[in-house]
Design a protein around this ligand. Structure first.
Ligand code: SIN
Length: 272
């Protein structure tokens, strides 16, 4: 069906679309919200240009999609616990999201979506890669789909968050959860691969060597360019991705330049 209030331009047949005709600095009408929601469901990650949202407008946009998530480790800016700071400069030792992941998949109810607004970007580089886990799942052999069916895996925040943040203390307990290796999207009904290099430590109830081998295969498979879209940021671009069916990776090829913005993350449900 044609959209009435926005224009949606698909960027690849499998994932990613650019949205125009909307100002995220202004309240959205119901129809506009519905069309943006539907574009996200269809394309899994959507991009907007020239959206100089302030922190309140950014959070208001996120709240249209659900309650906002608070990150289990990363210290927020004052008065905005729901904001994740995404920042890199010449003093950075790490950046957020350098390896393939689905945001905070170590949570029992991992976030449904993340909305990143960058206001300062390097002259070139600093792209984000997004990969469709529906497309990756669909491309598996029927034999592999049967093998993965009913398996669960453990996702842990410990090995990624410990020692990383200024507020880290030894009493901090980072989330650890068990999720199905293949999850079903609650709205589209599509299946996707739900293990990732950052948070998944092992597949449960199989020998560790088998788990390591299967995960290595799945990580290589999920990282194939065939399922990806690559986003080139400009100041005040916004990307909104569905963590239930997308993994992403932020490239750090621009050191020592600055790349800076805020992420609002929308709460999700227990994967099934
Ligand atoms: C993240 O949310 O993982 C960071 C993504 C990015 O900085 O492009």
């Amino acid at each position: 069906m044609e959209n009435e209030t926005i224009q949606v331009t698909s960027l690849t047949p499998r994932i990613g679309a650019e949205i125009t005709g909307v100002k995220l600095t202004e309240p959205l009408g119901n129809q506009q919200f519905q069309e943006i929601h539907d574009a996200l469901m269809e394309h899994s990650v959507i991009f907007f240009r020239n959206q100089p949202v302030d922190v309140h407008q950014h959070k208001d946009f996120g709240r249209l999609f659900g309650d906002l998530h608070i990150h289990p480790g990363s210290p927020p800016p004052p008065d905005h616990p729901e904001i994740l700071i995404v920042h890199a400069d010449k003093n950075s030792k790490h950046i957020a999201g350098e390896n393939w992941h689905s945001d905070v998949s170590c949570d029992a109810e991992p976030p449904m979506g993340s909305i990143l607004h960058l206001w300062e970007v390097p002259k070139s580089g600093g792209d984000t890669l997004f990969a469709s886990m529906n497309a990756a799942y669909d491309a598996l052999s029927e034999r592999m789909k049967e093998y993965l069916d009913g398996l669960y895996a453990t996702h842990s925040g410990e090995q990624i968050y410990r020692g990383r943040y200024s507020n880290d203390d030894t009493n901090m307990v980072y989330p650890k959860s068990t999720h199905p290796v293949v999850r079903t999207h609650p709205i589209t009904g599509k299946k996707s691969i739900y293990v990732n290099k950052t948070f998944t430590t092992h597949i449960n109830d199989v020998p560790r060597e088998e788990s390591d081998g299967i995960l290595a295969f799945l990580y290589d498979h999920c990282a194939k360019p065939d399922y990806q879209v690559r986003f080139k940021w400009q100041p005040h671009s916004v990307a909104f991705w569905d963590n239930r069916c997308v993994q992403h990776l932020a490239l750090w090829d621009y050191y020592p330049q600055v790349r800076s913005g805020y992420r609002v993350t929308v709460k999700g449900e227990r994967p099934f």
